[in-house]
Structures are given as C-alpha cells and as structure tokens.
Design a protein around this ligand. Structure first.
Ligand code: ADP
Ligand code: ILO
Length: 343
C-alpha cells in the first residue's frame, strides 16, 4: 500500500493525522479479523468531504491503529489515551422539564445509542454469515421484550420499496446507499441482515446492522426529553440483561465510527428556529457554547427544511449519558429563549 494521494479537498481528521510517519508505522498491521489500515481509511480517501474519514473493523482496531485513532479521538472528543470513560444512565439526575410545553418550537425528540455485540467484529469487518447471525440473535432477543417495549421486527429483505421509503421519510429508518458507509464496507450484501424493530407507537425502535449492529432509539413528538430518556434507559437495561456489548474501560461502548465511542449517544430535537436561522453566527455561537451539532432534518449530511434543524450533543466520550442529554437540553433552552427575542 502506498501513502494516499491527499488533495486540498481532503479535510478529514484522518487526512490531518495520517502523516507519512504514522502511515509507515501502521501500513502492514492487521487485526485478528483481518482489518487493515487501508480498509480503515478508505471512506475518508474516497470521500474527500469526510469530517472524520476513518472506521474501525473491531475493538482491536482502536489499539492496533492507535497511532492514528488516538489523535482523532483526542481532537474530536478532547479525550486522551490515559482518560477513562464514565457512564451515568440515571434519569433522576437529568434536570429537563419540557422546555416547550405548548409545542411551539420542538417538533420531536429522539435519543439513540449505538451498540455492537462483544463476540463479533464491527460492521466494516463482519462477514455475511456473521452479520446474518447478529440479525438472528438481536431480533430474537428483541422478540422477548414485554410491555411498552414489545414490538415486531421488520427485515429489509422482502420489505416493499414503498414501505421502506415511508419509514425513511418519517424519520424512523436509516437511508440506503450512504456513500461514506459504502466506502467503509458497511453496505456489503445489502439488504441482507438489516432491518428495524419497533413497538406499535414507533416510540421505541432498534436498527439492526446499519453503521453499528444495534442502534437503540427512543423518540416521540414534542419536547418531553426526560420521558424519551427514561424509555431509552429502560430499553438499554432490558437488552443488557440479555446481550453482551463490546465495551472497554477506556473507550466505553465500542462503535465503528470513532465519533460515537463512549456513550454512543446522540440526543436530538427537531426544532423550528426560522428567525435564528437568518443569523447563523449567533445560532452557532449558542450551539458551540453547549457542545452541540446542527444537522438537517433528514439526518447527517442533509439540509434543513422550513427553518427546522436537528440539534444534538456533539460530545459522547468522557462525558456521561446524563451529561449528553443535559448538553442538548441546556442548549435548546437557550435557543428557544433567543428565538423568542429575535424580531
Ligand atoms: P443517527 O442519529 O443515527 O446519527 P442520522 O443523523 O442519520 O443518524 O438520523 C437518523 C434519522 O433520525 C433521520 O431520519 C433523522 O431525520 C431522524 N431524527 C434525528 N433526530 C430526530 C428527532 N429529534 N426527531 C425525529 N427524527 C429525528
Ligand atoms: N464518515 C463520515 C461521518 C462521520 C460521523 N458520522 C457518523 C454517522 N458516524 C465523515 O467522516 O464525515
């Protein structure tokens, strides 16, 4: 493998930290699952507009290719090699009364975590047989859930195109054909092994075998952020009784993209801020202050529609789950206050 031909367009953290020295140190290494540096960086090379540009094939990748991953993790999360991740999933410690009880601004709230099974490689290095096995284990475990979490699994294989598109359009299901995931090898054998589980109300959902083997999701209309968190915590604790997830004391929950390490949590609202949207500098100063990210309404790399934005926590590693949600909550309170003040 040759040192990549980075252009001016390659702006990812991978392009920044993969110096010739780091490349020489890592270029011939391989994990037990056969994952290599060239597989890890392919997405960032194929997609020069990547922000991160790197994926892990297994937990071991974070050690084997540490000379690259550690710098990316340090810059994205402000988390050093010596730090230890900490968890807190106690909803009683979240201070989040509904910031928009009249439903004037917040359209919906969603909190998700990523999880991967401890005994399998991550998606970029998984084989078709292993992926199908993960689908079988996870969907049958979900089938044991009771009460408000009880639901049904809908595999993508055999789902009508109209049903799939309507689930995507309504924000319940992941998109097909994401070019970043494609280059990372995460779309191999599509749609086999992928699917979505949800309860009747579609307030509790689990994606199987997208970027991570599980994305556990709690969502509902409006701004009752605490209720959404409580449902998610219940689901995580029920699933943890039945499955062993990939975890390390240093990096927390192990995910295929280093941005999701730690809590693997993204807590978001879809919120209408048409006035603030005309003053992006002010908008961004508030989101930056609260460590938040702005996305469009159809997920990452999408555009906003009708002044509605997806606002979520940026920090996930080295902060607890409660802090992730609190970051989002505190920022949303300030955004609503400012939106009301703008003439
Ligand atoms: P992820 O949350 O897994 O990082 P995306 O940014 O791709 O992934 O979002 C996945 C889907 O979830 C998209 O359809 C997006 O519109 C939807 N979504 C995210 N936040 C909310 C929210 N607060 N309310 C409703 N849908 C949401
Ligand atoms: N690989 C993409 C996405 C990075 C962060 N987002 C997700 C979904 N993991 C990039 O480098 O921009």
């Amino acid at each position: 493998m040759q040192y990549p031909n980075f252009t001016k367009e390659h702006k990812s953290l991978m392009a920044k930290y993969l110096t010739k020295e780091v490349f020489e140190e890592l270029k011939d290494l391989k994990t037990a699952n056969g994952f290599t540096l060239s597989k890890a960086i392919k997405s960032g090379i194929d997609n020069p507009d990547s922000g991160i540009g790197v994926y892990a094939g297994d937990k071991e990748s974070y050690d084997t290719f540490g000379a690259l991953f550690d710098s990316i993790i340090q810059e994205y999360h402000g988390f050093s090699k010596e730090d230890k991740h900490k968890s807190n999933l106690n909803p009683d410690e979240l201070d989040a009364p509904n910031p928009d009880p009249k439903d004037e601004f917040i359209v919906s709230t969603r909190i998700r975590v990523g999880r991967n099974l401890a005994d399998f490689p991550l998606g970029p290095a998984i084989s078709k047989e292993q992926r199908d096995e993960v689908e079988k284990i996870v969907s049958s475990t979900l089938g044991l859930l009771k009460g408000s979490l009880a639901g049904k699994y809908y595999p993508l294989l055999g789902m009508s195109e109209a049903d799939r598109l309507s689930l995507v359009e309504d924000h319940f299901l992941f998109k097909a054909g994401d070019r970043f995931l494609e280059s990372a090898g995460l779309n191999r054998d599509w749609p086999s092994g992928r699917g979505i589980y949800h309860n009747n109300e579609k307030t509790f959902l689990v994606w199987i075998n997208e970027e991570d083997e599980l994305r556990i999701i709690s969502m509902q209309k409006g701004g009752d952020i605490k209720e959404v968190f409580q449902r998610l915590v219940l689901a995580i604790s029920e699933l943890e009784k039945k499955m062993k997830f990939a975890f390390s004391d240093h990096l927390g929950y192990i995910t295929s993209c280093p941005t999701n390490l730690g809590t693997a949590m993204r807590a978001s609202v879809h919120i209408a801020l048409p006035k603030l949207a005309k003053d992006m500098e002010k908008f961004k100063s508030i989101t930056d202050k609260h460590h938040l990210q702005i996305r469009g309404v159809h997920g990452e790399h999408s555009q906003s529609e009708d002044g509605i934005y997806d606002i979520s926590n940026k920090r996930r590693l080295g902060v607890t789950e409660v802090q992730c949600v609190q970051d989002m909550y505190d920022g949303v309170v300030e955004l609503i206050k400012t939106e009301k003040e703008v003439i």
